[in-house]
Unconditional design. Sequence first.
Lengths: 269, 287
Amino acid sequence: MTPGIDSPMIDVRTVTKLRGTNRVLRDVSFAVPRGQIVAVIGPSGAGKSTLLRCINHLDTIDAGQIFVEGRLVGYEERDGALYELADAATSRQRQGIGMVFQSFNLFRHVTALENVLAGPLIVLGQQRAAAERRARELLERVGLADKASSYPNQLSGGQQQRVAIARALAMQPSVMLLDEPTSALDPELSQEVIAAIRRLAEDGITMMIATHEMELARDFADRVLFLVDGELVEDRPAREFFAAPRHDRARQFLSRLGLGAVQTEEAGT
Amino acid sequence: MTLATDPARLPAIGVARRVVHRRAWGAWVFGTLVLLAVLLVIRAGINARVLNVGIFLDYVFSSQIVTGARNSLALGTVALLIAIAVGLVVALMRVSGNPILVAFSAAYVYLFRGTPMLIQLIFWFNAFPIMFPHLHLAVPFTDTVLVSMPMTRLITPYAAALAGLALAEGGYMAEIIRGGFLAVDQGQRDAARALGMRSGQVMRNIVIPQAARIIVPATGNQYIMLLKSTSLASAIGYLELLRITTDIYAANFHVVELLAVAGFWYLVMTGIATALQTTLEKRYPHR
């Protein structure tokens, strides 16, 4: 059970997720080593968000296993079956997994500072003075030291997303899941969020980023997972993927974005 | 038509023009009619048998009346507090997803919101002690008896009025609180859970404070309604404001003055409720 130094940070094994009779994830398997940055891309409805939400058990799975830092997330294995863990146990596991959402989801009834403090104070029960010092440092790190006492509705989308990143970081997670962090932002505001994510990348935190933003995927992802209809159809180093996608759908997807039109459409079949 | 191109008819560029905004003539005509109607009512009031200010002042701060007003205020306030607790529990059942709890809460709201409050008060005071003449509370499977007394000793007019008002109001509060919960976007809960909050912490720290923005104004409204509904308790003999007022004018026939006294105190009470609501709304502003 104890994670070895080489054991992957995230280990997804043959995960299937059903929604009604629709299989939103089909037998997905991959492992992410410590410090790797993985971009999850694919057309809308491919299951990118669902995959991330399963990793911290915001969504349940119907088959397979997900390990984070060597621990089975959300379930307990007994007599050859997986039993869903109690709320308290799952909550403890989530503490080490940071998440950033497409729609920011800042707590709108409190200030930016209180948003960043929510985890340390409510979940970890830290002393306010020390936690506040750290929270202010985190806000400074995302360039928002002067917005500490602003409420979410007084901030731009880009600023809100940067506060959301600081809020996730306040829990000192070992893994960050970013679910389309820039999709709700116009290109200019995306840039400030991308800059904040770049700093995380430089710090060496393990990240999975579901994104439509090819700049995010190309500039600092080490690896690309390409999902289509819940199936993991390509899993390759980012550079190789963008230079020469193997799968037809990946090629179509990139050419539609005006990228990677290196090869012709016919070359695939 | 050469109107548009006739240079003589076009205003010279750069010449300032006076701007005349559209007037709402219809509203002014209607406003005049309203004013006339008010004047007619005032004239009728002057010609009618006017309220005797001396008698009004004799009674308005008399100890009987003040006690009645205090009883009404206390009854309404305690009933609201119980109703909030009942409503919270019923609303939590409703959103729990468990079919038994959902059905129970739906039935509760239907029953207590669907019958007149007056009937419920009379039921608790008159029918309930007939159905259950003796209260006997004991610890199951032992000989320990906690309470044993005739039901009529427990069901005083106050107890019946409090039960009736609180349980009926609980039905309304359940719906108000549920509406508040539903207004909190799922993303807020996702974000809280992703940080590692347990469901109780999500409820206390995220859902309830945000739902309060919706719940507080509606609850203020219910408080005002409930304060006035305490007058229903006069039907079961509880000495609240209206009962005391009617008892007095039944003896001295100063109906106009005494009803004015009662009206005055209801306005004071609802004024207090409104002030409280405004203060609370400032604590939970819309964001």
